[in-house]
Design a binder for this molecule. Structure first.
Ligand code: GLY
Ligand code: MN
Length: 407
């Protein structure tokens, strides 16, 4: 974590950096069923701490960390009776590597003092939307024009766009769990099952594999729902002849996978479904071939679209195949499923992106998307996700699973 804080100081040069944690959810006021407590990504990135209602104050001067103070809530036995033990100041210090840990009740005064000091600080960096309940004085100070407020997000985005070894390890684990869930779903799917049953198989496998939560609401859309890009209701009874698009991602240690597979519910693609599937797979392979240092996401996008233009003529109904492919081929992947990062930069080793072409024919109820997670390497790329995507292999595995379940 200390290395990340040092790189952030390098990025911003001079400034008082105020980084808030996420806040506790209220059982009465929020919708806590949406999620358990989840730390703010940037705060976790710099501290490694899952403590709510906290702030990090980092003073950068000349591109170096001159001071860093972590403000966290003091332990309260009455509260811990409900929510369990929180780290002590010593534990927080050990975990984060920040020596100076203080009570959150001192935060406002200390931060305001830091901001007011004439220490050669030229710019004050702060989150654009300070959301903690501990910052009214800081907000006053900032918004009354006494300090220059700059958004810290672009600096975080530049750092987080290139993953370090630990981050790649966490992503590998999230993706491995997600691959396993795809395999389980493929072995279980059959006509008559509800989408939510398949979703349950998937999310059971996430939790069983150690994932804390889903990286995004699972998309399990069969038949007409296969063409709805972010369908998340999972209420259809799947029928013979349906394709089912499963766009899913486990979150492991705050890193999300994002892997899509499309399978025939009955175990065999129709000739028409196979025609569309093969086109999408061809575009996927063409896009992958463009993933290498020096290229941009635009090059990856172009490769997929050129493939569809060259191979899709007359195959996608009244429109061109590219017109039936209404979303981008790639996005960055990391702590957020659509992770932070500039979309125009040249690819470099350590960046992780998705490759996910799709074709959606609403008139025919045929939606196909194939999505993989890809690490940029020195020489090209490494495919991080490996759930079966070859249509013959999918059919063979489904046939095998059907035989086993009949025994
Ligand atoms: N997995 C959903 C998306 O990439 O939009
Ligand atoms: Mn995606």
């Amino acid at each position: 974590m200390a290395g990340r804080r040092a790189r952030l100081a390098e990025e911003v040069g001079d400034g008082v950096l105020l980084v808030p944690s996420a806040t506790t959810k209220s059982i009465e006021g929020d919708y806590p069923q949406d999620s358990d407590f989840r730390q703010d990504n940037n705060f976790l990135y710099l501290t490694g701490l899952e403590v709510p209602d906290s702030w990090l104050v980092l003073i950068a001067a000349g591109g170096q960390v001159r001071a860093e103070i972590l403000f966290i809530p003091e332990r309260e036995p009455a509260e811990e009776m409900w929510t369990g033990p929180k780290p002590s100041f010593q534990e927080a210090s050990k975990l984060s590597g920040i020596v100076d840990v203080r009570a959150i009740s001192d935060f406002e005064e200390t931060a305001v003092e830091s901001l007011k000091q004439d220490t050669g600080v030229k710019a004050i960096y702060a989150p654009l939307n300070p959301h903690s309940r501990h910052d009214p004085h800081i907000q006053t100070l900032l918004f009354e024009g006494q300090a220059e407020v700059l958004d810290l997000e672009p600096a975080f985005a530049r750092l987080r766009q290139v993953k370090d070894d630990f981050e790649i390890e966490m992503l590998r684990r999230a993706i491995e769990i997600t691959d396993g869930a795809h395999l389980a779903a493929l072995r279980t799917a059959r006509p008559g099952m509800y989408e939510y049953e398949l979703e349950a198989v998937i999310e059971y496998n996430f939790r069983r594999g150690g994932a804390e939560r889903v990286g995004f609401p699972s998309i399990v859309g069969a038949g007409p729902n296969s063409v709805v890009l972010h369908y998340d209701k999972s209420r259809r009874r799947m029928e013979e002849g349906d394709l089912v698009v499963m766009d899913i991602g486990a979150e492991y240690s705050y890193y999300s996978a994002d892997v899509t597979r499309t399978i025939p519910v009955s175990g065999a693609f129709s000739a028409r479904q196979r025609e569309i599937y093969d086109l999408v797979l061809g575009a996927h392979e063409a896009a992958l071939a463009a993933v290498k240092p020096g290229n941009t996401l635009m090059d990856v996008e172009r490769a997929a679209r050129v493939y569809l233009q060259e191979h899709g003529a007359g195959k996608c109904g009244a429109k061109s195949c590219n017109d039936q492919f209404p979303h981008g081929v790639s996005h960055w992947l990391g702590m957020d499923v659509h992770d932070v990062g500039d979309y125009s930069v040249k690819l470099q080793p350590g960046m992780v992106l998705t490759v996910e072409p799709g074709i959606y024919l609403a008139d025919e109820g045929i939606g196909v998307r194939v999505e993989d997670d890809v690490l940029v390497t020195e020489t090209g790329y490494e495919l991080l996700s490996n759930a079966p995507r070859d249509p013959d292999e999918i059919e063979a595995l489904m046939a095998e699973a059907a035989t086993v379940s009949r025994r």
